[in-house]
Write a protein that binds this ligand. Structure first.
Ligand SMILES: C[S@@+](CC[C@H](N)C(=O)[O-])C[C@H]1O[C@@H](n2cnc3c(N)ncnc32)[C@H](O)[C@@H]1O
Length: 225
């Protein structure tokens, strides 16, 4: 009898209590972050002062790089464009996942964010990484040839770009036919959109939805060109 009660309590905790707490904390964080950014009128793009927080193990405990890599469909040998790479919270993980035969093209509009990524790549623990190329460019004008990339991905970036359709159309231009666009969003981000919004934006830019992974508070929408 005690064992049955124990299993019932454990089951309840795992299936209901823990997800409810994660959701509640995410929602509170989202509302607080929204207050600080939108209501106080802080300008987009996100200030580079946030770089160390974005690139922190605390953040990655909630947004696992491996989960994002797997949901995005990033694979060994790929040519991958990371748009709005920021301080590089996920860049080194992607670089290792695609291996020496692949290349990560890390793009950001803010030089001060890219300086943080450069400093990260120079650290002793990242000296093995030689397949990251850094570009100080806008998502509107990517310095890549038509149909040259296997995959383009955005993590918590797309909604910060004023003309989303223009950015996605430019991503589409550089993707090979059959290439992948992956958009990851989390409720922690003050600009978080529900997945229906992301799907609508992808389709409006000429992509077709191939997979939707994750949950309400952290999802990846994968599209095909
Ligand atoms: C919230 S941060 C996310 C950074 C990173 N993806 C992460 O998850 O840690 C958004 C980043 O997108 C960049 N960004 C905003 N608008 C952009 C644009 N039009 N083109 C390229 N990057 C842009 C910002 O400079 C900023 O570094």
């Amino acid at each position: 009898m005690i064992l049955i009660k124990f299993i019932a309590v454990l089951g309840f905790s795992v299936l209901v209590f823990v997800p409810a707490v994660v959701f509640a904390v995410s929602l509170i964080f989202h509302i607080t972050a929204k207050l600080f950014t939108r209501v106080l009128g802080l300008a987009r793009p996100m200030t580079p002062l946030m770089g160390p927080i974005l690139d922190s193990d605390f953040r990655r405990a909630f947004q696992s790089p491996n989960v994002i890599i797997q949901r995005s469909g990033i694979q060994e040998g790929m040519k991958v464009v990371e748009i709005g790479c920021g301080s590089g919270a996920f860049t080194t993980y992607v670089a290792r996942a695609i291996g020496p035969k692949g290349t990560t093209f890390a793009v950001d509009i803010q030089q001060k964010m890219l300086k943080q990524l450069e400093a990260k790549l120079k650290k002793r623990e990242n000296r093995d990484i030689e397949n990251v190329k850094i570009y100080n460019h806008s998502a509107y004008h990517l310095p890549f040839e038509d149909e040259s990339m296997d995959l383009v991905f955005f993590v918590s970036v797309l909604q910060q770009i004023p003309d989303i359709n223009k950015a996605l159309s430019e991503s589409r231009r550089v993707l090979k036919t059959g290439g992948t666009l992956a958009v990851t969003e989390t409720l922690w981000d003050p600009y978080y959109p529900i997945c229906a919004t992301t799907i609508k934006q992808g389709i409006a830019a000429g992509f077709s939805l191939s997979k939707l992974d994750g949950n309400f508070w952290h999802y990846t929408a994968r599209f095909k060109k």
